[in-house]
Design a protein around this ligand. Structure first.
Ligand SMILES: [Zn+2]
Length: 425
């Protein structure tokens, strides 16, 4: 932790900047960076870049050249700022995604108005995660205003497309070595996971597609064809009877929230087979059926065993069902990640939460994935967590909001963490 006088001055500077912090959050919300399709990224990146430049950051813009989603109509522009201290290392990097999910229905106020009411900032992306970006920017700014020179450096980035996988954002910066274990020591992603919780990782993801193939025949004589839909039914039934109870019985030691997500899970994303049900029908036996599955696997299970388990189930179904023919295709694999035990990054945030909020921090893991995976797996930076303002359950909801108290408190915690991790005592 920084010396007491440094810390006190920085916390006072955060407090004094409360109105600016709130205004900046509102300004960010007023740029509707809706994804899909990826609107307003350039405006939002420049808004962040200008604010960083005013705070003595060297600012770079990186457009995701080579990515198919980077188009003239929807350019994928990322912004990265670096403020050097006495040395470049240790380097603390704070990363926030600037995209938001569509507003959807059910709002009682303007989702892109940046409205402040009842000590809350309202709007799409208020908690997920424009408040987090504002907290990162003002944590660094408070250090500057307090006149504290860091022994290491602080970086802040605003990146695109987290909500759609982050391939033109954090993954792109990682592939191009802008984010790399050779440059940064610690990465904090201020996602909304509640102001006293530190997120140390997430489960793995295995999306796969199963296709069953039958033989077309006349619908009046189904016994002369082979129904791909019936055979998909056989597979789904086996999954329900044989696999789901096994998955529900597996529990990870990683503290995933909520409790139901402490286990391995499987969701059926979609299924299509036979003729389109809203078109004109002709009497035919379905010759093809396709289902997409979302399997969330535990760190302890590992990907290879997860895939083998599916393969074996399909093999058994085929061996025991005459004429059942199938194909298995992998669509997406995300490896599980977990911040190393004893990480100084986690310890610094725990101390900050204790100091600012007066209570013990809770370590959790996320039910879904976020950009942590790219930081860990591509950039090779193991010391990465998510910590920021906002309530997890409000993300992606109508009337999304972030409490101003949360915003200020998490800014203080982030500032303390930057001081400690750069050894600026
Ligand atoms: Zn988010």
């Amino acid at each position: 932790m920084g010396s007491a006088s440094h810390v006190d001055r920085v916390l006072a500077a955060v407090e004094a900047a409360t109105d600016e912090l709130v205004d900046f959050t509102s300004d960010l919300i007023r740029v509707p960076t809706v994804n899909p399709p990826g609107d307003g990224y350039e405006d939002c990146a420049r808004l962040i870049g200008d604010r960083l430049a005013a705070g003595d950051f060297e600012v770079e813009y990186h457009s995701a050249e080579g990515r198919p989603e980077h188009t003239p109509a929807h350019p994928r522009l990322n912004v990265v700022g670096l403020r050097r201290g006495r040395a470049l290392r240790p380097a603390v990097h704070l990363n926030g995604h600037l995209d938001v999910v569509p507003a959807g229905a059910g709002w009682t106020l303007d989702p892109f108005g940046g409205i402040v009411k009842d000590a809350r900032v309202y709007g799409r992306g208020s908690c997920d995660m424009k408040a987090g970006i504002a907290a990162a920017v003002y944590a660094a700014e408070a250090i500057r205003r307090a006149g504290v020179e860091l022994n290491g450096s602080v970086e802040i980035s605003g990146t695109v497309d987290e909500e759609s996988g982050g391939f033109a954002g954090v993954a792109w910066l990682s592939h191009h070595k802008r984010l790399s274990a050779d440059r940064q020591d610690f990465v904090i992603i201020p996602e909304p996971l509640n102001v006293d919780r530190i997120c140390i990782g997430h489960r793995g993801v295995y999306w796969f597609e199963v296709t069953t193939r039958g033989r077309i025949g006349h619908g009046s004589m189904p016994f002369l064809g082979v129904s791909a839909i019936e055979h998909m039914g056989v597979i789904l039934d086996r999954i329900r009877r044989e696999l789901l109870p096994v998955l529900a019985g597996r529990t990870t030691a990683v503290p995933v929230v909520p409790d139901g997500a402490r286990h391995a899970t499987l969701n059926i994303n979609g299924i299509v087979g036979g003729q389109p049900v809203d078109g004109i029908q002709t009497p035919c036996v379905a010759d093809v059926c396709r289902t997409v599955f979302d399997r969330r696997f535990l760190l302890e299970e590992g990907f290879d065993a997860t895939r083998r388990e599916i393969q074996h189930l399909l093999e058994r179904a085929a061996a025991e069902t005459p004429q059942l023919a199938y194909e298995l295709r992998d669509l997406m694999v995300v490896q599980p990640v977990r911040t190393p035990e004893g990480s100084p990054l986690v310890a610094s945030l725990e101390r900050g939460i204790k100091h600012v909020l007066g209570r013990q921090a809770q370590q959790i893991a996320s039910p879904g994935t976020y950009d942590h995976k790219h930081v860990d797996r591509i950039a090779g930076i193991r010391n990465c967590v998510a910590y920021g303002p906002g309530i997890l359950d409000l993300a992606h909801q109508p009337d999304e909001w972030c409490g101003i108290d949360d915003l200020v408190n998490s800014t203080k915690v982030l500032a303390m963490s930057i001081l400690e991790l750069t050894r600026s005592t």
